[in-house]
Write a protein that binds this ligand. Sequence first.
Ligand code: SAM
Length: 664
Amino acid sequence: MLDLSHARNRMVEVHLSRRGIHGREVLNAMREVPREAFVAPGFEEFAYEDGPLPIAEGQTISQPYIVALMIEMAEIGPGDHVLEVGTGSGYAAAVLSRIVERVYTIERHAGLAETARQRFQELGYDNIEVRTGDGTKGWPDAAPFDAILVAAGGPGAPLALQEQLDVGGRLVIPVGDEPHDQRLLKVTRTGAATYSEEDFGGVRFVPLIGEQGWPESGNRIANDRPSGRARTRSLPEMIAAAAEPLPDFDDPAFGKLFDRFGDRRVVLLGEASHGTSEFYRARAAITRRLIEKHGFTIVAVEADWPDAAAIDRYVRHRPPRANADPPFQRFPTWMWRNSDVAAFVDWMRHHNERIRLSSRLAGFYGLDIYNMSGSIAAVLQYLDRVDPQAAKIARERYGCLTPWQHEPSTYGRVALTSGYEKCEQAVFEQCRELLARQLDYAQQDGIDFLDATQNARLIASAERYYRIMYYGGAQSWNLRDTHMFETLEHLLEARGPNAKAVVWAHNSHIGDARYTEMGIVRDEVNIGQFCRQRFGDEAALIGLSTHSGTVAAASDWDSEMEIKRVRPSHNDSYERLCHDSGVSRFLLDIKRDDTLRQRLLERRLERFIGVIYRPETELRSHYAGASLSQQFDAFVWFDETVAVTPLGPEHVGTGVPDTYPFGL
Ligand code: SAM
């Protein structure tokens, strides 16, 4: 028998307490009721994730947070007389039954009502009365109620339910003009014939079907809401109205649409996967425009510093570093070895050819920290050239890491047991010493000095990263994103006071983490958040995403790249709203339309595909909650997308001299 009490307590802490549910009674009740007993067989292990789950009859068991929120909104206390409409699995009624003396609950599907009844019996919850019927008509013989909770969304608050409230009683119900898109409404009976209303934001429930709800077909049959409210537009309609259609990537009009971000210090361009051609091509088109027309000179990407440095040499017409390993040989090679990146890199090279002033040359830089061995080789080679004596000392210091250079993830485990302090101290000293010699070294060549110091910083960060990665948790993610942001700051500093940067990284790095599950639940930070905190309105955070198509991704870390089909986006996701807008590719300038911005505050699912994509477990492994209009300033949409074309395996590890990007 699965013991999920730990998961249950964690769910209460992480998904309820931390998100503002404070009522002692509701938190205790949710700690007591085993949600796994209410989910469909096979779903027990997901019982404590904060999401709805399917049950019989095409219905759902509500998300724990929403159950708790509704109980708090209705201010339900021990002495209250309570009705629930929409028993479903029986979970919410069970939670209520731990707070009040008696619960009345109605379900229109007889099968669901019966299963719920059996569950209550098995758990010994004998203070719940279940009835099969149309809950929009209430339970007149048990009225009046102090609180009524409706767990399905109707076109309005049924009059019968309002009338069955005691004076001072509260009705909480999702209402909306679309059967699947609602706002959570609290109606309080203030007098014999008077009511007040409060709106608690957007939600998505299954439809309330009945005489004073929706008909089976989905059209409205009764509207008992106090009349006089104009029909509000649906969210997809609002998105369609605000969407600015995107022309072809090669049409100058594409880049022009992004001129509005030309005066920013930093423009961050995201992606919803690491293997989608449209995301690369769109970012290339926007970046070309920002470089050509708005004076951006830094392209900083989610790639390792030493690998990106090889590209930088190419785009600036500098010779490749002697004896250097070819760049981007490690998994996932397709991320930066693909035809879209190659085309953009060639464009940068041609652009730089036309620029005479070296301070105006556009550079290509890596923000990431994984290629420790590449960085060690680069620092040693640099010192061999500028200061052979210092190179000898550096060799000794880095020698501490040599056994793990090619398998750095094992370093963390070893460091746990034996004197890692030696390595930590050595790499730190090396970095400090290099920086202290700036005056000496930088005079010889500023670009090479920047390269060497960034490599030394990478080694120091990577040493810590692999050490703490072993413990799991947010720390290693946070260290990585902190390093990425600091690298961006060093670049801006190195390129002068007016330097402007474009950043290419995954949406999970550039969408402000404070408004996604990453920050709210896992205490993770990211570059987008740091940029907002440091640059304020001078940073633009732009997310890119898609509905379906194909993507280049692997099934496991270090396994083969495959071209996989991207499943159509989930019904409860932002992606689905964009898809339902009917506009196939667009820019959504969220900050320009305040009503839309308000509507996009609501927490919904968002899809994150990385280098790994597992469509079979997509909901669990690739979706997370976010508030889109706080996460991003703008959103770029491609409804149907295709996988990147990798620059074939003949470039890597086959004995054929690898010259990427120089041989292209
Ligand atoms: N509270 C439930 C739980 O914790 O499992 C979740 C309920 S589910 C989101 C909504 C339920 O409302 C469905 O089981 C649906 O059949 C039911 N429902 C819809 N319209 C109804 C109506 N008019 N009367 C009673 N039940 C209704």
